[in-house]
Design a binder for this molecule. Sequence first.
Ligand SMILES: Nc1ncnc2c1ncn2[C@@H]1O[C@H](COP(=O)(O)OP(=O)(O)OP(=O)(O)O)[C@@H](O)[C@H]1O
Ligand SMILES: [Mg+2]
Length: 253
Amino acid sequence: MAELIRVEGACKRFPNGVEVFAGLDLVVAEGECLCIVGPSGCGKTTLLRAIDGLIALDAGRITIAGGEVRGPRRDVAMVFQGFGLFPWKTVEQNIAYGLEMAGAPRPLIRERVARQVELVGLRGFERALPHQLSGGMRQRVGLARALAVEPDVLLMDEPFGSLDALTREVLQDELLRIWQARPVTTVFITHSIEEAIALGDRVVVLGPRPARVRTVLEVDIPRPRSVASVVAHPSFVRLRDRCWSVLRDLEAA
Ligand SMILES: Nc1ncnc2c1ncn2[C@@H]1O[C@H](COP(=O)(O)OP(=O)(O)OP(=O)(O)O)[C@@H](O)[C@H]1O
Ligand SMILES: [Mg+2]
């Protein structure tokens, strides 16, 4: 498959002296879902923000479809750690935000918002404010807002991290279904190894700061998938154990 995102020799040090990564390399293929796991504070969010063009690297470069990332791009959408919704905007207005920023015409915005509301199962809540929604529903809004712009790249930063186990599994299944309907190249950060295996085509394990890629695991579980089908697959336990042992070795080092 053709490569879409390339991170090459990425170095980032914050002004306070924290060196987040030093020479990080990563490639994401077109249509692939790449899941990233790694110790807390190792630089996962920083990496995603750099791919999103929100922060600049000190050295190295990131390209998307061959073009160097120098700032936020229309074809890249992010689902934030925490929900990142505007509390004063309704569900509809939150979902419309990215399209409005892109200057999309009104009728297109209306059509896309309606489709996303349907896709993520929020019909009947279009006029609700975020505080009137459950955590799972808020995360659906965040996902719908990102998908509404029909991005080529979807960046997801622990989108389901704060949800209860049941809601989380429901949303994982929905995401698998949404990808099935319209594949979009995705970088998905998670603390859950099981989630990374369920959703990813490959799982990258990052080491502690300054982060480097320690291991890349190919998830040889066919799609279409559901969380239940992944967990029942013979490869699942092997992949999970492998991932755990890499993370345990990092802790011990
Ligand atoms: N704007 C900033 N200024 C200074 N240091 C920062 C800034 N943003 C992040 N850091 C530091 O960079 C390191 C990496 O942070 P980052 O948020 O990328 O980690 P993470 O892997 O996403 O962690 P978590 O798994 O807890 O979400 C941390 O040590 C953090 O304190
Ligand atoms: Mg983070």
